[in-house]
Write a protein that binds this ligand. Sequence first.
Ligand SMILES: N[C@@H](CCC(=O)N[C@@H](CS)C(=O)NCC(=O)O)C(=O)O
Length: 235
Amino acid sequence: MTSRFMLCSFKTCPWVQRAAIVLRAKEVPYEITYIDRDNRPAWFLAVSPHSKVPVLMIDGKEALFESNAIAEYLDETVAPRLHPEDPLARARNRAWTDFVPTFAGAISNTAYADSEEEFAARAPRISGPFGKLEEALGRRGNAGPYFNGAKFSLVDAAYAPFLQRYTFMDRLRPLGIIERFPLLSAWRDALLAAPAVRASTVADIEDAWQENLILRKRWLAKFVRQRVAGVAAAG
Ligand SMILES: N[C@@H](CCC(=O)N[C@@H](CS)C(=O)NCC(=O)O)C(=O)O
């Protein structure tokens, strides 16, 4: 019997998105419950030891936390398998998946800079992780478009939300970084066009992400206002 899945989320969380991508790639129906970041309900706090989203509720009875554990659980229990069948390839995919927090951190730290100086100091640090992925993509032994070739995998689901956040940031304030990494650029394009990724967020995810910058008073938010003002002026 198919399980009933409910994801607990904040509206723009990339780690929840990773789990949602896995569910979408498997074409499994799921519910999503958005909770208030500033007023987290008691039922959520009871099942999320670090008070973080995502939490995956299974049949209203079991709760899982941590996006990697959730992705692996879904891959073990719901067909089709998204990890490669070959144990060596699977281990290499998991090794690169372990690098996601470092990769994500470089992007988020830049997006959440509080000042121009902070932004200017942090943005160049994105090149390090991008370079590592570029090398990994060069060594993977296939022509893409995904990490393992034609088939969308768990490692793709793990990186897609962060390559999307980089793209949102790049559109606000062009960084000129990903252009230096052609394989990563092509992977980013394929991931953002993948049906499972496109269906994994609210429809207005870019607006919601920008709104979050404004709410959190981040330096990049000033470009959101300029863009809106520019659109208004152009209209
Ligand atoms: N390692 C965690 C990271 C999850 C995470 O950091 N979620 C953020 C939202 S995107 C969160 O809940 N942060 C706690 C907070 O905002 O207090 C995972 O992969 O699930």
